[in-house]
Design a protein around this ligand. Structure first.
Ligand code: 1JT
Length: 272
């Protein structure tokens, strides 16, 4: 039996209520080009109520402008290197929402001088800083948010990674080592949280022009190579990543955990 739907209903109805009644916490919106912002829009369109964290007043202003028009939005300051701030943010959140169904972790940092030249020259301080912000923060946030996620019927944690965490990519250096740790954290967290019906996955995005990428010299060349070599012969944008995040946040991906999904136009399959 085939159900006949008019075009409008067929294309919009299924997604518009997909995440209705759910609440998601988004870490890592810096500005309108942020991957986290594209994900927020996709989740919001599917009916999810969103909570944002920001780091510092500059980014709060950006967020204020962006969320204008979104319903029921909450915003909290949170520097992920400060466990007390994570705890405080979760405690405030617990006073406002019944449960947490989703976390989007889209946070990374490395010193600019360490995303060029030889990995060999990485300082101990720079190494630890990249690990602290880009990798450890996922575990810290999951642990603190666990009581709220356990109140949900199920929950989905999503983080962002890059090919440089599994293969050597020139200049990605210390971030590659941090992403490798992040991807392995996804697997260990998936094992720990699985019995509580909490899934943990990563999206490995192809290169996208964001604030993070803006400081990277030669980024345009990376985009050109990707376009030339990727099976789909194109670059990916934040909306490509956002739609995969929507899938991972939803019941549609209920059987998937501990996975790294590449949203990179197929680039990672190439052997040359
Ligand atoms: C950070 C930065 C994390 C840039 C990032 C990132 N993840 C992906 N990119 C883009 C990128 C960067 C390089 C690259 C390829 C893609 C900037 C600092 C904060 C953390 O090299 C091939 C260097």
């Amino acid at each position: 039996m085939t159900q006949v739907l008019d075009k409008e209903t067929a294309s919009h109805a299924p997604v518009s209520n997909l995440l209705k009644g759910k609440t998601g916490l988004i870490l890592g919106v810096a500005n309108k080009w942020s991957i986290a912002w594209a994900i927020a829009q996709a989740l919001s369109t599917a009916g999810m109520r969103l909570v944002f964290t920001y780091q510092g007043e500059r980014f709060k202003k950006n967020l204020d402008g962006l969320v204008d028009g979104m319903e029921n939005v909450l915003m909290y300051p949170c520097d992920v290197t400060d466990e007390a701030q994570i705890k405080e943010m979760i405690q405030s959140l617990g006073g406002e929402v019944d449960a947490l169904d989703c976390i989007v972790h889209s946070v990374a940092f490395a010193k600019k001088e360490e995303l060029a030249g030889e990995f060999l020259n990485t300082s101990k301080e720079g190494y630890l800083l990249a690990q602290e912000i880009s990798s450890y923060s996922l575990t810290a946030v999951c642990r603190e948010a666990l009581p709220l996620m356990e109140k949900a019927e199920s929950a989905s944690v999503i983080t962002l990674t890059y090919l440089g965490g599994e293969k050597v990519v020139t200049n990605y250096n210390v971030m590659g080592v941090a992403k490798a740790a992040l991807e392995m954290s996804v697997r260990y967290l998936a094992e720990d949280l699985g019995p509580r019906n909490i899934r943990v996955n990563a999206i490995s995005a192809g290169p996208i022009k964001t604030l993070a990428a803006s400081g990277v010299s030669g980024f345009s060349a990376i985009l050109d190579t990707m376009k030339e070599k990727a099976p789909l012969r194109r670059n990916v944008d934040a909306s490509d990543v956002a739609d995969t995040a929507l899938f991972l946040a939803s019941h549609l991906s209920r059987g998937i955990t501990g996975e790294v999904i590449h949203v990179d136009a197929g680039y990672h399959i190439k052997g040359y």
